[in-house]
Design a protein around this ligand. Structure first.
Ligand code: D5M
Ligand code: FE
Ligand code: ZN
Length: 479
């Protein structure tokens, strides 16, 4: 029942964008068969000897990859204060540049301490001015106005959002610390505060086209958590069978024959010492044994598939983001068709740009932005795109390492953004960017039960790289 995902579309103005009805009807290669033969559990019946032969469509050499952005060999951070200054300068410079194309702003210094003198006549311009800054404080006054303090390299300045402007209050209340925004408004008579009329986030253009130059299928998974007692071995093995063309459903064999890429967004093992008393939840207690076990599974995947693996917060790499990729000792356990990258990383799959990020910042987004929830993970990813940043807030749930440049910034607009971490599956389209959260292979843990997180395990989002249409393959045996 889950083979085709229904996809919420956040696009408002873009006529080229996909709509919900496109998604259900426009999968020419596969849909006819699906319509007449719905597959309740798409991969529940794996077979060792399919009656028709399995011919893969692409060789390994036909599945090129380019790693475009990855900190792994570039890290310079040693956590010094001056490096943090440089890091935030880079973040501010690049994000403010994106806003400056739409907002003509002035440095904060030029309006501080009453320096700004209002133009005397209309001819000299409107009395509205704009500044672009990083949100450094956010508060609500007794009479429900909001005060936002913005900081740029020349100073900081308070902004007042009037409670009567409900639309603007809505935007302001969802601003999070350290994101970069532009604010347009007029100065108060004493010059001490900017009374906002408009708030501008970096966001992406409305006119992005969805690329259709490639072909074949890319699959997206994350949060395998091998080593955990809750790792769903049976479902995972069905997925491996499916990749190898061992499934009695011809539709799934057809899809498997077209798979070129498998992208893995972190938490490939459960790790050790990640949270208190994790020992009691572990099936495999030793970290390298966990990696040997997961590597063994990757050896069982067809060698023509190009696999990309990035780490997550359960993996054996530094915890601060951007995370460097896995150490050689672990990489060497895996087959040759695996490309290892850090977290985040931007890769090009035959010219389709995929931004991979494990997704730890989702915990911050869920707790700070209305409408962002664990059950609908793409809601958080949408907020990342609006801010052009994968982890806007510093010093909350995400530890950030001060690299020379901000690797967490969404600089090049990707075709696909792929996150994991929250253990729920979701796909959405925002201005022709496909947002994917790839769920998990771990059943609900006691900890998740306590905090009421309901995972949706054993589901695999796929993208048809020719049409950019998406669907979700379901390997869950017990739903
Ligand atoms: O994260 C799996 C899920 O559990 C994800 O939704 C975040 C949530 N999680 C993880 N740690 C915490 C804490 N400490 N508080 C609240 N929620 C949490 P994973 O990275 O696989 O452990
Ligand atoms: Fe996880
Ligand atoms: Zn995680």
């Amino acid at each position: 029942q889950h083979i085709i995902a229904s996809i919420p579309s956040y696009t408002e103005r873009n006529l080229n964008s996909m709509t919900d009805s496109d998604i259900d009807s426009d999968f020419p290669d596969y849909d006819a068969e699906l319509g007449s033969d719905p597959i309740p559990n798409s991969a529940s019946r794996s077979i060792s000897d399919p009656d028709s032969e399995f011919h893969v469509k692409y060789t390994f050499e036909q599945n090129p990859i380019q790693v475009l952005v990855d900190v792994s060999d570039q890290s310079t951070s040693i956590g010094e204060y001056s490096q943090y200054v440089q890091y935030f300068r880079d973040r501010y410079t690049r994000l403010s540049e994106m806003i400056r194309t739409r907002v003509s702003s002035r440095p904060i210094e030029s309006i501080s301490k009453g320096k700004y003198i209002k133009p005397l006549s209309r001819e000299e311009g409107s009395s509205e001015i704009s500044i672009i800054g990083m949100v450094s404080e956010k508060s609500t006054t007794n009479n429900q106005h909001m005060i936002i303090v913005l900081e740029d390299p020349t100073g900081s300045f308070p902004v007042l959002v009037n409670q009567k402007d409900t639309a603007l209050i809505e935007i302001a209340s969802n601003l999070i610390l350290d994101e970069v925004v532009g604010v347009t408004g007029s100065l108060s008579p004493d010059g001490g505060i900017l009374m906002a009329s408009k708030i501008t986030q970096p966001d992406v253009p409305n006119s992005l086209s969805s690329k259709r130059n490639s072909e074949g299928v890319a699959l997206f998974i994350s949060d395998i958590h091998v080593g955990s007692k809750e790792f769903m071995k049976d479902e995972w093995e069905l997925f491996l069978d499916f990749l190898n063309g061992k499934n009695e459903n011809p539709v799934l064999r057809q899809i498997a024959s077209e798979v070129r890429y498998l992208i893995v967004a972190g938490d490939i093992v459960d790790g050790i010492g990640i949270y208190p008393n994790q020992e009691t939840d572990l099936e495999i207690a030793e970290i390298y044994d966990q990696y040997r076990a997961v590597a063994n599974y990757f050896h069982q995947m067809p060698p023509h598939i190009r696999i990309v693996i990035a780490p997550g917060n359960h993996d054996a790499v530094r915890r601060a983001e951007p995370q460097l990729t896995f150490p050689k000792k672990i990489r060497d356990m895996f087959p040759k068709n695996v490309t290892f990258v850090g977290n985040p990383a931007l890769v090009s799959l035959d010219d389709v740009y995929v931004q991979i990020y494990h997704g730890c910042s989702m915990d911050d987004l869920v707790s700070n932005i209305k409408g962002v929830s664990y059950q609908a993970p793409t809601t958080g990813m949408l907020e990342m795109v609006k801010r052009r940043h994968l982890a806007p807030t510093y010093g909350s749930r995400v530890m950030i390492s001060p690299e020379k440049k901000d690797y967490l910034l969404i600089d090049q607009v990707p075709d696909i953004i792929h996150c994991g971490h929250v253990h729920t599956v979701g796909i959405a389209n925002y201005k022709n960017i496909i947002l994917i959260n790839s769920g998990t292979w771990q059943a609900q843990t006691d900890f998740q039960k306590k905090v009421n997180i309901m995972p949706t395990p054993a589901k695999v989002p796929m993208v048809d790289l020719k049409t950019m249409k998406t669907r979700i393959l379901d390997f869950n045996l017990y739903e």
